[in-house]
Design a protein around this ligand. Structure first.
Ligand SMILES: Nc1ncnc2c1ncn2[C@@H]1O[C@H](COP(=O)(O)OP(=O)(O)O)[C@@H](O)[C@H]1O
Ligand SMILES: [Mg+2]
Length: 95
């Protein structure tokens, strides 16, 4: 059986006005895996990482920690590391 990825970015899109910074980006990270994000200046790396850490809000897509979609689920309904991450990082969800 395939293990659930510890982190997944699923179909992330983000625009700044007319500028498309991220268009339908999906990344999956397995436990113990090291992943490099490469791209030329303006490719959207910083924007994507800023979404992962809750600084920017994605226009669409999901951030999944241990298979749990931080941007959709209610953080109060689950305990453990995934819930702690989502609750602390994605504070804007609860506003
Ligand atoms: N806060 C912002 N407001 C407007 N445009 C932005 C902003 N942040 C990034 N961009 C634009 O989004 C695109 C991706 O930028 P960025 O994520 O910084 O790329 P990278 O980190 O790969 O160089 C670029 O065209 C950049 O000019
Ligand atoms: Mg950058």
């Amino acid at each position: 059986m395939t293990e659930t990825p510890v982190l997944e970015l699923s179909g992330i899109s983000k625009r700044f006005g007319d500028i498309v910074a991220n268009e339908n980006i999906s990344i999956s990270l397995a436990r113990g895996e090291i992943l490099a994000l490469l791209g030329e200046n303006g490719a959207g790396k910083t924007t994507l990482m800023s979404i992962l850490f809750g600084h920017y809000r994605a226009d669409s897509g999901g951030v999944l920690i241990d298979g749990w979609n931080c941007l959709r689920a209610n953080p109060g309904r689950r305990s453990g590391p995934a819930s702690a991450w989502c609750t602390s990082i994605f504070r804007w969800r609860q506003i």
